[in-house]
Ligand binder design. Structure first.
Ligand code: GTP
Ligand code: MG
Length: 318
């Protein structure tokens, strides 16, 4: 951590519109440094205005390409948008986005768009903590929409996508008979389904399969039937329709009261996740956390794991 400037200062510069300060702040959040905690608390207090979208799907399903299209559509509406792509194997900066670099460059030069990749594996603070903290920072900076992209594999990644006001699950066409999101176990978290790459001939089959699965599985009592939207980042098909569905879902959430219930569920998840993180930091990262001797006694069966955990938590300090 470069220490001349505090994270709190970076946050206030970022909120004043300085993109470089926002980038530095996100790097610190990514590193999980303790110093950033105060800035994160301030960002959380200031935030809560952005519409946060979670986009997930199996690797290579076309999430990043779709997100860049969606960002363009949001800009055309006149609203601002920030994107946080978590641990992508094909980051925004590097990948050949359908030879569409010119348009991506337009987006990249637009101050109403902020795009950032975060590769947080191995970071001390953990994946979810960095992603959620990053979302708070972007929210506090006043972006109208914050999009968080995660690959739909792994518990943290799926939870991050769920910790949003609207979760979009992207399924690519083809590759066997099953809808892949079904295999990945992420179908049920969708508020909106996207079948990507619908310029491909095999997309029709996937759209039909997904609609059939949805007809069987969706719970009509919730009042919201997740729509299945076919998109192509290549032709632009379905992008406006997707944005319309996002807006409709938001209106439905607020008129039904389900949005408030969801915000409480997210708050609960965040509080518990943060407690978990604190416990992990205290015992795993702190050499004086007393973990080693307790572990030794558990290994020798002098202590059972539950009593050991209780003893650790009861310990003063940290
Ligand atoms: N034909 C076609 N190909 C697409 C479309 N969208 C994305 N692709 C291709 O699919 C591949 C993966 O696209 P990405 O957007 O990187 O997918 P992703 O889901 O973000 O991938 P990861 O982040 O690595 O999981 C790339 O080669 C894209 O060019 C589309 O609409 N049509
Ligand atoms: Mg990606």
């Amino acid at each position: 951590v470069d220490s001349e400037v505090s994270s709190l200062q970076l946050l206030s510069r970022a909120r004043a519109g300085e993109a470089a300060a926002l980038g530095r702040l996100l790097s610190r959040i990514e590193s999980g440094a303790d110093e950033v905690r105060e800035a994160l608390a301030e960002a959380y207090r200031a935030g809560g205005r952005a519409h946060v979208l979670g986009i997930t799907g199996v690797p290579g399903s076309g999430k990043s390409t779709l997100v860049s299209r969606l960002a363009q559509a949001i800009r055309r509406e006149g609203s601002t948008v920030a994107v946080l792509a978590i641990d992508p194997s094909s980051p925004f900066s590097g990948g050949a986005l359908l030879g569409d670099r010119v348009r991506m460059a337009d987006v990249a030069l637009d101050p109403g768009v902020f795009i950032r990749s975060m590769a947080t594996r191995g970071a001390t603070g953990g994946l979810a903590m960095a992603a959620l903290g990053g979302t708070d920072a972007l929210d506090a900076c006043g972006y109208g929409t914050v999009i968080i992209e995660t690959v739909g594999v792994g518990q943290d990644e799926v939870e991050i996508a769920r910790a949003s006001q609207c979760t979009i699950v992207v399924s690519p066409p083809g590759l066997g008979d099953d809808v892949q999101a079904l295999k990945a176990g992420i179908l049920e978290i969708a508020d909106i389904h996207v079948v990507s790459k619908c310029d491909r001939a095999d997309a029709q089959r996937t759209i039909a399969d997904l609609k059939a699965v949805m007809a069987l599985s969706s719970d009509p009592s919730s009042g919201w039937r997740p729509p299945v939207i076919a998109t192509s980042a290549q032709t632009g098909e379905g992008i406006d329709e997707l944005l319309r569905a996002v807006r409709e879902h938001r209106a439905f959430q607020s008129s039904s009261g389900l949005g408030a219930a969801r915000l409480r569920r997210i708050a609960e998840y965040r509080a518990l996740k943060t407690a978990e993180d604190l416990v992990r930091r205290r015992f795993v990262l702190d050499r004086n956390g007393g973990l080693a001797d307790v572990v030794e006694r558990v290994a020798r069966r002098e202590l059972d794991p539950f009593t050991a955990a209780q003893a650790l938590l009861d310990r003063k300090g940290a």
